[in-house]
Design a protein around this ligand. Structure first.
Ligand code: SAM
Length: 256
């Protein structure tokens, strides 16, 4: 494992214990179905794969092929959690990376598929072009990229803003746009406990980061879909969206 300066261990408990039913019901099956087109000997890299939920779901069905699956994350604690969750699966590898660093891809194997679920909102906006240049370099010919994350709404609305659009969307009942997980009371209480702790810590980190005029990596960045597509296309890859719900999109990139 490479050593790295960035760790988000404080969020490990939150991410590892998060009820991820909304991903489990739609996003993970979509990713897993597309990944099932891979062949024996192929390599998958999972950027910000953290607690290992996606590979866990993927390998539940994928028992025949010999596929190398790399979970890449900035948190030692989350990688450890993933290793425990997937113990005994010798197709799993983990590596500590920081995708906000220029050399994030150094030492990684080239891949047939690169996936990322709900992690690249941590990517600093000024890094997006370099990040995709690195990603395209790692991807083998005919390889593909899948990324699900929260983006800006069309028109530049920020999902956390308190404006007429977000107010309207937030009032909709769960079954109209069921992108949010429904928690059991116990899950909710556990989450709220860790969330309050995280929020307090974030506020302190943000204050410190602002004072240093250097934004902290734990801040969320809302990229637009166009930011991603443009940055992917400047590498020579083709790119489009293949799924959307509220501000959540899945982007597909393909390298010829
Ligand atoms: C919301 S979690 C998503 C985890 C996982 N992909 C899933 O589907 O549950 C975001 C992940 O991004 C990782 N992360 C955040 N910033 C990172 C960075 N700069 N480099 C690498 N990983 C990072 C976190 O450690 C965390 O595992």
């Amino acid at each position: 494992m490479r050593e790295n300066v960035y760790d988000v261990s404080d969020k490990a408990q939150f991410y590892a214990g998060h009820s991820y039913r909304h991903y489990k019901s739609e996003v993970y099956p979509l990713f897993a179905n597309i990944l099932s087109t891979l062949k024996d000997g192929d390599v998958i890299l999972d950027i910000g794969g953290g607690p290992g939920h996606l590979p866990y779901e993927f390998f539940k069905k994928q028992t025949e092929k010999s596929i190398e699956y790399w979970i890449l994350d900035g948190s030692k604690a989350l990688l450890k959690h993933a290793e425990g969750k997937l113990a005994g699966n010798d197709q799993i590898h983990t590596a500590l990376i920081d995708f906000n660093k220029e050399d994030w891809g150094k030492g990684l194997p080239s891949a047939n598929a690169i996936v990322s679920n709900n992690a690249l909102f941590h990517l600093k906006p000024e890094r997006i072009c370099d990040f995709y240049t690195g990603l395209s370099g790692i991807l083998r010919p005919n390889g593909f990229y899948l990324n699900q994350q929260s983006m800006l709404y069309a028109g530049g609305y920020h999902p956390h803003q308190n404006n007429v659009i977000t107010k309207f969307l937030n009032k909709l009942p769960y079954d109209v746009l069921p992108q949010m997980p429904q928690f059991t009371e116990e899950e909710f209480n556990n989450m709220m406990e860790s969330e309050t702790e995280i929020k307090n810590r974030h506020q302190e980190e943000i204050k410190q980061a602002m004072a240093q005029k250097d934004l902290d990596p734990t801040i969320y960045y809302f990229h637009s879909v166009e930011d991603h597509l443009k940055a992917l296309r400047q590498t020579g890859m083709e790119a489009t969206t293949i799924w959307q719900k509220k501000e959540f999109y899945v982007i597909l990139g393909v390298k010829e």
